[in-house]
Design a protein around this ligand. Structure first.
Ligand code: PEP
Length: 254
């Protein structure tokens, strides 16, 4: 059975005291109001806060910590890099890989992402692997080809056992941080397509068990409708994860 997940990607926002205050508000609200939610919650703050945030989260509940990136290298003279093993050692369970901002601003391509995936899995982290098309690609009716290539080149080289650990996030680039959300029908169409590709690359069981998140201006108002789609198993949330009330409402949408 696949898990429902609501993951918050803070990106490069908040100071540590602001982050700790936000987490404290969220955990209090979730404890008070969302005990019935089936969602696992993954908080992805900037690297320097991971340990402190992890310590502040109630243990044994739905809360987990994730990073926003990791190095493809295991260790050594790579100034400024953070390895997957380092992340694991500070309590991190998940890592976002292939976010469109990293693909765009840091030139991360499928080859590099394949190496990062291996490094993350080798350290016992669960990758949240992002795919998604630009507006131009969508308007040229090439969304499915584009996503199929991202999956094939970036992800489907993994073994069955490795792939079992992966969460996929479908994030149409035109919807990220723009306030333009994919309709629930658009999201469902692509999620079903991704599941079909998994069944082809692996098998029906792998397809059935893979959590596929939607990301792109998901908020307290549209989360319930998006999450009600049969192939949408939760969300990767940017802007709305920085507001305790909004993020809690999204968690309560399950
Ligand atoms: C994201 O960056 O992963 C994201 C989905 O951002 P937003 O929710 O702000 O569109």
């Amino acid at each position: 059975m696949r898990q429902n997940i609501v993951a918050g990607n803070w990106k490069m926002n908040l100071t540590l005291p602001e982050g700790l205050a936000l987490v404290s508000e969220i955990t209090n609200m979730v404890t008070d109001e969302a005990t019935g939610s089936t969602a696992q919650v993954v908080i992805c703050p900037p690297f320097p806060y991971l340990s402190a945030i992890d310590k502040q989260l109630p243990q044994g509940g739905p809360f987990h910590v994730g990073a926003q990136n990791c190095s493809q290298k295991e260790s050594g003279a790579y100034t400024g890099e953070v390895s997957a093993k380092m992340l694991q050692s500070v309590g991190c369970e998940y890592v976002i890989l292939g976010h469109s901002e990293r693909r765009q601003y840091f030139r991360e391509d499928d080859e590099l992402l394949s190496q990062k995936l291996k490094a993350a899995l080798g350290a016992g982290l669960k990758p949240i692997f992002c795919v998604g098309e630009s507006l131009e690609t969508r308007e040229m009716n090439e969304t499915f080809d584009y996503i199929s290539k991202q999956l094939k080149d970036g992800l489907f080289h993994l073994s069955n056992e490795e792939f079992d650990q992966v969460v996929i996030a479908y994030e149409p680039i035109w919807a990220i941080g723009t306030g333009k959300t994919a309709t629930s029908a658009q999201a469902q169409e692509v999620h079903a397509f991704i599941r079909e590709q998994i069944a082809r690359a692996y098998d029906a069981e792998a397809a059935e068990n893979t959590t596929i998140l939607y990301g792109g201006s998901c908020n307290a108002q549209n989360a319930r409708e998006l999450f009600s789609q049969p192939d949408v198993d939760g969300g990767l949330i940017g802007g709305a994860s920085l507001k305790s009330r909004d993020f809690t409402e999204i968690i309560k949408s399950f």
